[in-house]
Design a protein around this ligand. Structure first.
Ligand code: NAP
Length: 292
């Protein structure tokens, strides 16, 4: 087995990156964190976490560089700056959700600089990230996955190894398609219940605990009913994920009508001011007059 990483750079300390950095430090690895808006990185300084002023400064002594940034463009622009400063034997553990095309661009950048890439998007949201209970969809060369294993164990409750780099991203897209469809159907069902004078809580109670009632329905359904949209997963990132699913489908000549509809509903909700609200705010799109 390779040596466990001693120093880990974490680029991106947003909703997910901040608790992940804390768990990596909590597991005994030295963390060097960087975030574009410095104050979010400063908020997690101490207890094994040092803050770097520049991406290149964060990565220069790191055994592993974790990227947990909003999207493919953010990952590529930050890493173009940082990658020349990485050590030759360091591993780039890309954990943001960026889809197939951007992952190909990331792989090309890694190749160009002879850096080993691990593609390991994470399943879970704010609360599992805070508890260190994400599910890591790990792909890449076995030896590099072994190097990253202590990081995966620190941030997650389970790691699934799925093959060569790129396979993790493809599995993440499949899971996201399922999740986005679920949230869209939930929003539509709650709006439908209200329109035909059914208390939507009775719907949630009726499906609770049975095969029709995933825990997610209760979690997001209550948020929709109460108009409570504190962000665990912001609507702007849910739209990004829907577009990534559609982009992958298009590459394979596939039409996904449910994903198309949900993406347009996210666009509507975002145009109504819900970009930074939780994805449950997509429910608002079903309440707009245009939808009646
Ligand atoms: P977030 O809180 O919005 O954080 C996004 C991070 O990206 C911030 O550090 C932000 O910096 C940075 N960023 C955005 N654009 C940038 C740019 N152009 N240059 C440099 N930095 C940039 O999002 P998050 O929820 O942590 O999500 C991070 C990734 O994990 C995303 O790919 C998301 O899809 C994925 N993910 C999220 C969840 C979830 O439930 N939240 C679950 C699984 C996977 P600033 O702070 O300066 O804006």
């Amino acid at each position: 087995m390779p040596e466990p990483p001693q120093t880990v750079a974490v680029l991106g300390t947003g909703i997910m990156g901040a608790p992940m950095a804390r768990h990596i430090a909590g597991a005994g690895m030295r963390v060097r964190a960087w975030n574009r808006s410095r104050e979010k990185a400063d908020a997690i300084a101490g207890d094994g976490i040092d803050i770097a002023g520049l991406p290149a400064e964060a990565v220069e002594s790191a055994d592993v560089v974790v990227t947990m940034l909003a999207d493919g463009d953010a990952v590529l622009s930050v890493m173009k700056e940082a990658i020349p400063a990485m050590r030759d034997d360091a591993v780039w553990d890309q954990m943001s959700t960026i889809g197939i095309s951007a992952t190909e661009r990331v792989a090309a950048l890694a190749d160009e600089h002879r850096v080993t890439l691990v593609d390991a998007p994470a399943l879970g949201t704010k609360e599992p990230a805070e508890k260190g209970e994400l599910i890591v969809l790990a792909s890449g060369p076995d030896e590099a996955l072994d190097v990253c294993a202590p990081i995966f164990e620190a941030v997650g409750s389970r790691t699934i190894r799925v093959g060569d780099a790129g396979a993790g991203t493809r599995l993440k897209l499949v899971i996201n398609n399922w999740l986005l469809g679920l949230v869209g159907t939930l929003a539509e069902t709650i709006a439908f219940a209200q329109e035909i004078d059914v208390d939507p809580r009775n719907f949630l109670d009726a499906i609770d605990g049975g095969p029709l009632g995933p825990a997610y329905a209760r979690l997001k359904g209550e948020m929709m009913i109460d108009d409570r949209f504190d962000p665990s997963f912001p609507a702007r990132l849910a739209l990004k994920d829907a577009e990534l699913v559609l982009e992958a489908a298009e590459r394979h000549g596939l039409v996904l009508p449910i994903a198309e509809t949900v993406a347009r509903q996210f666009e509507k909700a975002i145009s109504e001011g819900h970009a930074d609200d939780d994805m449950a705010a997509v429910y608002d799109a079903w309440r707009q007059p245009a939808n009646r």
